[in-house]
Design a protein around this ligand. Structure first.
Ligand code: SAH
Length: 405
């Protein structure tokens, strides 16, 4: 059932755990897991190298493992967690949305965006979301369940594999010469900080050096949140220099109570204070997300109020990312007028706040911010802006399942 307006859901319904996967486990736990299979601890390291470094899950390619045991090891520790349902391309192939089915039928999406010099994966941390922001498609369907650590990590590994596969001439192990996923943003479906344990463990797998993890730079990882204050403070204490993005969307409590219902629990002032503490603890400049909604939150006085609230907490600690609102089906809201957007940006800059309008990728495939609804079960609405403009979505053939790699 869709949530009532303003209703918040913190605990996900339990639906049975996804199968245990190598990426759920710490190094010690991996050693214990291979021991359970009657194998010496060093096999865990070999298996980790296959998965995290070579992105391989096919037992036939694990030639350093005893042939008779490869299949058992893979069955026990590398079960298929994500099954591709559909893949859609936009922006001339620079943006790709992947819809995945999880072991229990839940659906999640991730979006891969190629820029010059970097590749960003926008991933999901929950199936659905309990935060119920009225302008966000994901929020409207409510929370289905939390993802496991490995279900989050697998989205990165799948993206890395698909980049490696594109680098057609890259040789048998392919991976080194292919484009890498350089950035990960927790801006797909879900409120990652409401699934704290799994999300932070996934970040640890991403930043741990190979073969323990994917060896990514923490600086390339952005955790986006509606402003769960205690979780922001906990994140600041993890000692991982990732970027925090705070979805503010209004500088005043009256409007934010409506746009971001969690504001009734932790208000603008408390969220901004936590963001500032995050900066102090990590030295990482915080991003403030601000979806510009026509005649709702885009007034010049709100830009001024935002500038004042940020500067009240210091200088040089924050920048603002206005995002033109992406239309969601059935919503009465739309993006701000371009002139209004320009004025909003100029006002913030006049307060000395670095401000960059976020480039929205993937609108034509409902892959832009706030549009992820895993909607393959719904009929596309004829005549909605996302289908009426731009090229028609391209349906690709299903890629081979991960286990066949
Ligand atoms: N739960 C996290 C991640 C959500 S998605 C969070 O709230 O931060 C990432 C960003 O997209 C958030 O800032 C979210 O508020 C924003 N967003 C959601 N719906 C949107 C829409 N329709 N148009 C533009 N941005 C949107």
């Amino acid at each position: 059932m869709p949530p009532a307006p303003g209703q918040l859901t913190f605990s996900a319904p339990r639906r049975g755990k996804p199968p245990r996967h190598l990426a759920d486990l710490t190094t010690e736990e991996r050693a214990a897991a291979v021991a359970e299979l009657g194998l010496p601890a060093f096999r865990a390291k070999q298996l980790s190298t296959h998965y995290f470094e070579r992105l391989v899950t096919d037992p036939a390619q694990m030639t350093d493992l005893p042939a008779a045991r490869r299949q058992d090891v893979v069955d026990a520790l590398l079960p298929t967690l994500l099954t591709p349902v559909r893949e859609m391309n936009a922006d001339g192939g620079a943006t790709r949305k992947m819809l995945w089915r999880l072991f229990d039928g839940a659906l999640v999406e991730s979006v891969l965006m190629k820029y010059t010099g970097r590749v960003t994966l926008c991933l999901s941390s929950q199936a659905g979301c309990g935060m119920n922001c009225p302008f966000c498609a994901t929020g409207q369907a409510g929370l289905t369940r939390n993802l496991s650590t490995a279900e989050i990590v697998e989205q990165v590994v799948a993206a890395a594999r698909s980049l490696a596969a594109e680098a057609g001439d890259a040789g048998p192990d392919g991976v080194e010469r292919a484009l890498r996923v350089s950035n990960v943003v927790f801006m797909g479906m879900g409120e990652a900080l409401a699934n704290y344990k799994a999300a932070i463990a996934a970040v640890r797998r991403m930043v741990s050096p190979a073969p323990e993890g994917l060896g990514m730079s923490a600086r390339g990882i952005t955790m986006s949140t509606v402003g769960l204050v205690p979780a922001i403070d906990k994140l600041a204490a993890e000692g991982i220099p990732m970027t925090l993005a705070l979805s503010l969307h209004a500088p005043d409590d009256e409007l934010r109570d409506e746009l971001v219902p969690i504001n009734t629990r932790w208000n603008v002032g408390e969220a901004l204070d936590a963001a500032r503490r995050y900066y102090e603890a990590t030295g990482r400049r915080v991003s403030i997300e601000y979806a510009l909604i026509r005649d709702v939150n885009d007034q010049a006085w709100r830009a001024d109020k935002l500038g004042t609230e940020l500067n009240r907490r210091g200088r040089g600690w924050v920048h603002v990312n206005p995002i033109p609102l992406n239309p969601t089906p059935g919503s009465r809201w739309t993006a701000s007028d371009p002139q209004v957007e320009r004025t909003f940006v100029e006002r913030l800059r006049a307060h000395g706040i670095p401000t960059t309008v976020r480039d929205t990728r993937g609108r034509d495939i409902d892959g832009a911010c706030g549009q992820l609804a895993a909607s393959d079960l719904q009929q596309p609405l004829a005549g909605t802006p996302s289908t009426a403009t731009g090229p028609a979505p391209v349906e690709l053939g299903l890629p081979a399942p991960a286990a066949a790699d």
